[in-house]
Write a protein that binds this ligand. Structure first.
Ligand SMILES: [Zn+2]
Length: 77
């Protein structure tokens, strides 16, 4: 089951594509939200945490760089 991040379409346009490595299948939309969550909870910057997120094959977040998305969320952009 894939999640829908239509609301992140504009944000995902800022995120580069990524075709290699296992995190290719990690949902960049969820990674973005994880970054926001870590910032709000004052959790140290930890992009490796996105590896534990579920994958997603569709929507604007498809094949986006999840680490980059996490960073965007963490920095509040
Ligand atoms: Zn997602």
């Amino acid at each position: 089951m894939s999640c829908n991040h239509e609301d992140l379409t504009e944000i995902m346009k800022q995120v580069g594509s990524y075709q290699g490595g296992k995190q290719r299948h990690v949902c960049a939309g969820c990674a973005y939200h994880l970054g926001i969550k870590h910032r709000e909870q004052a959790t140290p910057f930890n992009p490796g945490a996105v590896d534990d997120l579920k994958g997603s094959q569709g929507g604007p977040q498809r094949h986006k760089n999840a680490y980059e998305a996490y960073k965007l969320g963490f920095e509040g952009r």
